[in-house]
Design a protein around this ligand. Sequence first.
Ligand SMILES: [Zn+2]
Length: 395
Amino acid sequence: MIVSEITRKRVEHRPLSHLHVFIQMFLLFVFIGYWFHGSLGLIQTLSQESIKIEQLDPGPLHRGDNTTTLTVNNLTRSVITIILDLRTVPGLYFRNTQEQFIYMLQPGEKRIIRSQYHYDHLTADGFLRVRLYYPSVSGAGVTTLGNPFFEKRVSVGADNPDLDPLPFKIRESSHYRIYYYPDSLAEHDLDKIIASHDRGFEEIATILGVSYDRKIPLIYFPDEETKVKETGHHGAGLSTGSVIVEVYNQQVKLDPFHETAHILAAKLGDPAALFNEGFAVYVSETLGADALDELGSPGKTCDSAVREHRAKGDYIPLLQLLSFDDIGPNESRPTISYPEACSVVRFLIARYGMERFRTGYSKVAAGDTKDFESIYGASINEIEQAWLKSIASTK
Ligand SMILES: [Zn+2]
């Protein structure tokens, strides 16, 4: 049998980084087709109309090089091209890797596909995600993948003796698995940390109307130097989509709600930064935190920060704010855009209700004025004027 691996692409997924706030949307939940929750050494049979997947063996599952074996059978009388996508997720703050392999299957061919993957690090949360796609090629030769027709997440870390040694103690609360250094301030404050986080989690989930049944890993480093050494990431905070990493000491204590808001709201969608960051800051303020403490206006409410900036001529029109796909980088003028987004979200929820906000969160991407206006039944300009009028006299 001719080996027809024709291309091979390696992508390294680094933790994204902006100072304290951001979200990386790993599309862990986006799939159509088939999902089997992971177990080791599984053998499954899956029939599609045109492809039969007879076996998936993830291999020995240790740190270093591994080989996964997949048996596929082309049931048609045509040549079929499939893409195998392997993502290694070591867990915690360690970097994911992703590799894609393209195969052409001859009519009726049954093929055993062996593919390499690699873990530099591995923790108890680690897993391997295996996806298969039918690629489609546009007229310009651009390959797009769309949705996978097969997805399986294989637990690699659970009960595996070959894990990275970690410097942490671990405690589980109702909604978090908390990692902290022995004798650190985080350990000293742990009961307080757990109380505020679990309360925040439950209130945010209630506000959003979402459920999240896994525990959020929450990792505390005693200082930035240690955090940089362990994670390679500078700054006081880091969130990788579903894991929160923070410095915690006398000088640095981050907002207990902001990142959790991102993680839970991601269940609704991946909207424009106006919705995404606006909601995180809004909910943090609503739950009683100093939401703008690290965002340029400590001690101020979002509405008052907007009024003060605007009085000095520092203002981002709503149309432009809606066009941002990220708030945080310098070009988004974060000290202005965070409080504005928060203030707009507060107005939208108060004036139009949570249900419409949920719809907006799931639909309105950056720059999508059409959906925004249709969901709120008013023009951007009308909403902007009503919002500015509403905050003229708030706290
Ligand atoms: Zn944020």
